[in-house]
Design a protein around this ligand. Sequence first.
Ligand SMILES: Cc1cc2nc3c(=O)[nH]c(=O)nc-3n(C[C@H](O)[C@H](O)[C@H](O)COP(=O)(O)OP(=O)(O)OC[C@H]3O[C@@H](n4cnc5c(N)ncnc54)[C@H](O)[C@@H]3O)c2cc1C
Length: 448
Amino acid sequence: MKTRFRSKELPASSGFGDIYDVAIIGGGPAGSTAATLLARAGRSVIIFEREKFPRFHIGESLLPFSMKAFTRMDLHEKILRAGFMKKFGGEMFGSCSEQGNKFYFKDAYRSQTDHAYQVTRGDFDKLLLDHAAENGAEVHEETAVERVTLSDEDVDLCLAANGSSRNVRARYLIDASGRNSVLGTKFGIKKTYDHLQKLSIFAHYDGVSRAEGIDGTLTALIRGIDRWFWIIPLTPERTSIGVVLDSETFRKSKLSAEDFLEQALTEQPIIAKRMVNAHRASKVYVATDFSYRSAKLHGHRWLLAGDAAGFIDPIFSSGVFLAVFSGEECADALNEVLDHPRKARRLFARYERALNRAMDIYLRFVNAWYTKEFIEVFLAPRDVLGLPPAVNAVLGGNIGNTFAIKWRMWVFYFLVWLQRHYAICPRLTLVPKKEEPQVSPATIGAIS
Ligand SMILES: Cc1cc2nc3c(=O)[nH]c(=O)nc-3n(C[C@H](O)[C@H](O)[C@H](O)COP(=O)(O)OP(=O)(O)OC[C@H]3O[C@@H](n4cnc5c(N)ncnc54)[C@H](O)[C@@H]3O)c2cc1C
């Protein structure tokens, strides 16, 4: 293990010489993954994070296909020691009925693991960033990258911390700055998806009832007619609950975020029943989740990773998976390019194709989700042609190019299309049945 270096001071001079192999903007899952793998490969890596960790972040439900990367980074023991909850699958409901459909990762097509994790992101991201430092990456928190200057030979970063500024040079740059997307903004290459201009309102609650055993670890998704909800168990006591809808719908309601969330949760029998003894344990957060993608994911000396490359609606919890996947792919590409700079163009282009392909898979899934027919087909599963295990595999992060999954997904999308024209599955209203409220808005809204 290398010397641990962790500081909020600006780097005076690098222990590796004047120029680092790789500089990384952002200490979230994408940046930390890339930093750990590059440092382990013996590269000089410096990572700048503008916040002090742990910091709050949304995005708490992980996918099983990240497990391989965690194994590669030797993270599982630390994750389990930190007490993060294992997650064994998910369940989906239409808000008009309490008849949902559960899926378990163990049943996915060629499943390699039966679980992922549910995490409080502040703690999880800190664990990942600490791990990068322990593996030899030089980590600077509370240090914002203010400006990036790219030249043929290197990358120059202008940093700000503690009211002072300094410049650092590196051969290559990974922009893993999340939705802030430093380079995407600089180059004006961030393209939003107009049909996915969503907004989320969410909070943490204590005392939400849940099933016994592994069913109590599942992420629940509830699809309403113009919104959807998540319920993510985080710890034995704490649960994350949120609603996602068009930002316009929220604006027109003229309600505060607190009142909107309270009302929205009370209206959903599936949620209200679970919240009879619940109370709010955090403030109510509002996040815009406008989906976007950068038109270019690499340049001569830079790569974009994680949300800085693109963000596809949170419905299928693909964000951290794509962040870790892209961090890993970036690290592997750069590790080779540092030895063989002439391979950069080819390897960076390959990286861009791989990440775009992964984002395309989720974009298609997300587009289908926002049709009513998706949930109608999903909630009427028939075990024909091995469709449920294939859909389950993609939900778990299997973005491999296997033909066996690909053709089954085509059939699944065809069924969703068919449902629009012929009712091959029962039609759903997606409107909650009127019932006496199970829980008073005051209970849901109260902060303990
Ligand atoms: C409502 C909502 C729900 C979600 N739910 C899920 C979920 O259940 N599961 C899931 O996997 N994903 C989910 N996501 C997505 C997930 O949060 C992100 O995809 C994930 O955090 C991306 O990781 P990242 O490392 O790319 O970026 P981040 O985790 O955002 O990290 C980027 C870091 O860069 C730092 N930074 C930014 N600018 C600078 C700068 N100039 N200088 C220095 N540092 C900088 C930031 O402080 C930040 O810490 C959700 C997202 C939303 C909006």
